[in-house]
Design a protein around this ligand. Structure first.
Ligand code: FMN
Length: 365
């Protein structure tokens, strides 16, 4: 395997392969799989091929600056660690390893409600690292409130409310791989948190979600009334919901189909990014995740108006392959690739990556 420094891995594909060899098969099925027939998972990668880049020549690229800010927080790159559950299934250090790697690189990291390490442990490990806390609404809003209070006390800078998981999807690959939410994975934020298997149970001709409150957009008001932190809404796939989020006070939205893990048949986030940017881009920051694997992908998303992109599985590949050093390697790979494609396209600064950089690819049909 080619060695390029860091944890001693070559490209991201090498890291993915190394992670697949090291991770236990059930955890690997959980990481890699999507919902149903995985059409939305595949769509995430394909979406990038519908765009080409329009490079500009002789644009003074002597200094390439990939830094930016996200809701006022300075970061060294326009990409961030997307929130993913159960890092402890892949490496003993769990989220603490991920947090250290992200903080050392100066990139933003979002941590899941379903972390294996507590938000206090993460906060203590990286007191100055830019970090946001992802919220899964708990059936009882008082439990959500306790999480919010803990996130504030532990120095998290924003709340990311994930709205695309009212119930867990049918995840065939995960189920076939034998990964079960059976309570054996440590829940860093407390054993009382509701686990995702919550799903419809039959009630006559209807189905009910046991113990669930009927949450509507009003929950954003409830959330904002109990925190001074900015609220980000994650899992938006329509301009209507983007507008609704911002009307309800969200400072940013994440256009995402949850890595193809929730509604199979949902579009790739990239396919709806332009309409969301057109709808709310002047009032809120717009982020994109799903299938981002290359510097090119970052350029396309930023060219279409995203302020930053999230990395889900790639970070987990780094963690599984090489722990904290593996995550550092993934971040460094992406950063180098981004600098290279910024240079090749004649965009030396992030704010020079605009709509004139991207064009629809010629149809191949
Ligand atoms: C194993 C795994 C666990 C995830 N857990 C969460 C989670 O706890 N909360 C959340 O909001 N999103 C979760 N996601 C979705 C990611 O935040 C992100 O939307 C997605 O992974 C991006 O796609 P990518 O994996 O192709 O980069 C998870 C994704 C994966 C792969």
């Amino acid at each position: 395997m080619a060695s390029a420094g860091g944890a001693g891995f070559g490209g991201l594909a090498d890291l993915e392969a190394a992670a697949g060899r090291k991770a236990n098969p059930a955890a690997w099925a959980y990481v890699q799989g999507g919902a149903g027939d995985e059409s939305s998972l595949r769509a995430n990668r394909r979406a990038f091929d519908r765009w080409t880049l329009r490079p500009r020549a002789l644009a003074d690229i002597a200094v390439i600056d990939p830094t930016t800010s996200l809701l006022g927080t300075s970061v060294t790159a326009p990409f961030y660690v997307a929130p993913t559950a159960y890092h402890g299934e892949l490496d003993r250090a769990g989220e603490v390893g991920t947090a250290r790697a992200a903080a050392a690189a100066g990139v933003l990291a979002m941590f899941s409600t379903l972390s294996t390490r507590s938000l206090e442990e993460i906060g203590a490990a990286v007191p100055r690292g830019p970090r946001w806390f992802q919220i899964y609404l708990q059936p009882d809003f008082r439990a959500t409130r306790r999480l919010v209070e803990r996130a504030e006390a532990a120095g998290f800078g924003a709340l990311v409310l994930t709205v695309d998981l009212p119930v867990l999807a049918n995840r065939d690959r995960q189920a076939e791989g034998g990964f079960a939410f059976d309570g054996t994975t440590p829940m860093g934020n407390g054993p009382d948190l509701v686990l995702p298997p919550r799903g419809p149970v039959r009630d006559g001709l209807l189905f009910r979600i046991p113990g669930a409150e009927a949450y509507t957009w009003r929950v954003l008001d409830d959330l904002r009334s109990i925190t001074r932190l900015p609220v980000v809404v994650k899992g938006i796939l329509t301009d209507e919901d983007a507008r609704r989020s911002v009307d309800c006070g969200a400072r940013a939205v994440v256009v995402s189909n949850h890595g193809g893990r929730q509604l199979d048949g949902a579009p790739a986030g990239l396919d709806v990014l332009p309409e969301v940017v057109a709808e709310v881009g002047s009032r809120a920051e717009v982020y994109l995740d799903g299938g981002v694997r290359r510097g090119r992908d970052i350029l396309i998303a930023l060219g279409l108006g995203a302020r930053a992109v999230g990395l889900g599985r790639p970070i987990l590949w780094g963690l599984a392959a090489g722990g904290e050093a593996g995550v550092s390697r993934v971040i460094e790979l992406l950063r180098m690739e981004l600098a290279t494609v910024m240079a090749l396209s004649g965009r030396a600064r992030v704010d020079a990556i605009d709509r004139t950089l991207v064009a629809a690819a010629p149809s191949t049909e």
